[in-house]
Ligand binder design. Structure first.
Ligand SMILES: [Fe+2]
Length: 318
């Protein structure tokens, strides 16, 4: 079991080492970069069509086309992961209905962002992006009826879905040019820190770093997306749910860094609080990133001291 909280020293260390968000804030949300977002959104749409093609070829029994992935898809994922307007990018991506292949690309982008915040090496980032993009490749062997089913799965159906992890590992392990760590992402991305994941029920340190990262990206992107059985959560409620999982399901340090960076990306934006008032996010507390300082007209509210108040949602004030 993971411990219940991080010490102040641990939080300081991780944000000292990986944080530095405040310095990047200056230019955010001037909306001068709308064209950049539009351009990358179009590229992502194309890339997800490519992924669809690659996946359907596997369903037809062909080999995984690694070079198409490397040449046409990973560069777009890499470019998207450089965009500082994270909130805005996800907002755009979320408008589309298609889930499976967008999800694949979305998980690639978020994982790569996290990998960069963790200052992984170029080689590690390449492996991570590859593993993240292929994490659900095993679903090509699962009955599509079950994958697209609306409503609750039966026990047998859920067991079949869980097999996508081992199927993915089998598919990727055989590939000559892929490292075993890439294949491990397919196998481990549903393992959880507290040992309650699948397929093996591994715990904490037994789970590879790439898989810990992809687990967070997978969960976050799924929460934001419209799926057969669920309406998307708002950006902020997805962050709140992730925070709830930070001690138990997910790696606490990486999740904290992720929350801090994403909250940092909405500094200056308008938010609606749970009492209906509209304010602007002023500052993020590194120890409690979701409890920010909010300015409402000429009043400043500290959500740490007003715990009955929550941010309800980010206002889409485009
Ligand atoms: Fe999965």
């Amino acid at each position: 079991m993971e411990k219940e909280h991080l010490t102040v020293q641990e939080i300081d260390d991780i944000l000292e080492k990986f944080g530095n968000g405040e310095a990047e804030n200056q230019i955010r949300y001037g909306y001068s970069n709308k064209a950049v977002i539009k351009n990358i959104t179009e590229k992502i749409n194309q890339a997800s069509k490519q992924v669809e093609l690659i996946f359907s070829n596997i369903m037809l029994g062909e080999e995984l086309n690694i070079s198409a992935l490397e040449k046409e898809i990973l560069p777009i994922i890499s470019q998207a992961s450089e965009i500082p307007h994270i909130y805005h990018l996800f907002y755009e991506l979320n408008k589309s209905e298609e889930y499976t292949y967008k999800h694949t690309i979305g998980v690639g982008i978020i994982s790569l962002m996290i990998g960069k915040w963790l200052k992984l090496s170029e080689g590690e980032l390449r492996e991570l992006a590859m593993g993240a993009t292929l994490h659900d490749i095993g679903k090509t062997r699962i009955n599509p009826f079950i994958l697209n089913k609306k409503g609750k799965l039966t026990k047998e159906e859920y067991e079949e879905v869980q097999l996508h992890t081992s199927y993915g590992y089998e598919i990727l392990r055989k590939m000559d040019h892929l490292s075993d760590r890439v294949a491990l992402v397919a196998l481990h991305h549903h393992e959880r820190e507290d040992g309650r994941g699948y397929p093996k029920g591994l715990e904490g340190n037994q789970i590879d770093l790439y898989s810990k990262i992809v687990a967070i990206a997978d969960m976050f992107h799924a929460m934001l997306s419209r799926r057969a059985y669920q309406e998307p959560l708002t950006f902020y409620s997805a962050l709140r749910q992730l925070q709830d999982h930070a001690f138990g399901k997910l790696d606490a340090k990486i999740t904290l860094l992720f929350l801090y960076k994403l909250m940092d990306s909405i500094i200056g934006r308008s938010v609606m609080l749970s009492d209906g008032s509209i304010g602007k996010i002023l500052m993020i507390d590194r120890y409690d990133p979701l409890r920010t300082l909010v300015q409402i007209k000429d009043q400043i509210i500290d959500l740490k001291l007003n715990r009955e108040l929550n941010i309800e949602k980010v206002v889409n004030d485009e």
